[in-house]
Ligand binder design. Sequence first.
Ligand code: HEM
Length: 115
Amino acid sequence: MYPALGSLTRHCTKKYEMPDGVVIEKDTRVYVPCYAIHRDPEYYPDPDKFDPERFSEEGKASRPNYTYMPFGEGPRLCIGKNLVTILTSSSFCSTLLRSKCKVFACFFSFLKMCI
Ligand code: HEM
C-alpha cells in the first residue's frame, strides 16, 4: 500500500496513442503515480484499513493489471523482487517460530507465496 518509490518514471521512445485517445509524444518523460494508484479507493476500498484479503487470489483478480507495483512493472521490473520476497517471508516466519505462537506451516504453500 505504501510503495518504496512513490512513482516510476519512463522515457517515451516513440509517439504513442493511448486507448482513451491521449497522445504521448516521443521524448516525453512519463510519471506513473504508484503511490496514488495503491491508495485509490476505486481499486483499494478504504485504503487505510489493514485488510490482507486484498491480496488473496480473489482480491487480486478483482483489480485490473498494473494497480499494484511495489517493485515496478515491465522490462525494468526490480531484479531483487524475488530475493526480497523470499528474505522478507523467511524473516517473518523465523520471527513467528521464535515467538510463543504455534505455527503450522506448509512448505509448499510457503514456496507458492514466495514465487
Ligand atoms: C524491498 C526492497 C525493494 C523494493 C521495494 C524495490 C523496488 C524497486 C522499484 C520500484 C524499482 C523500479 C522498477 C521500475 O522502474 O519498473 C526497482 C528497480 C531495481 N531494483 Fe529494486 N527494490 C528492492 C530491492 C532490491 C534489491 C535487494 C535489489 C538487488 C539485489 C534490487 C535491484 C534493483 C535494480 C537493479 C533495479 C533497476 C532495474 C532496471 O532498471 O532494469 N532491488 N526496485
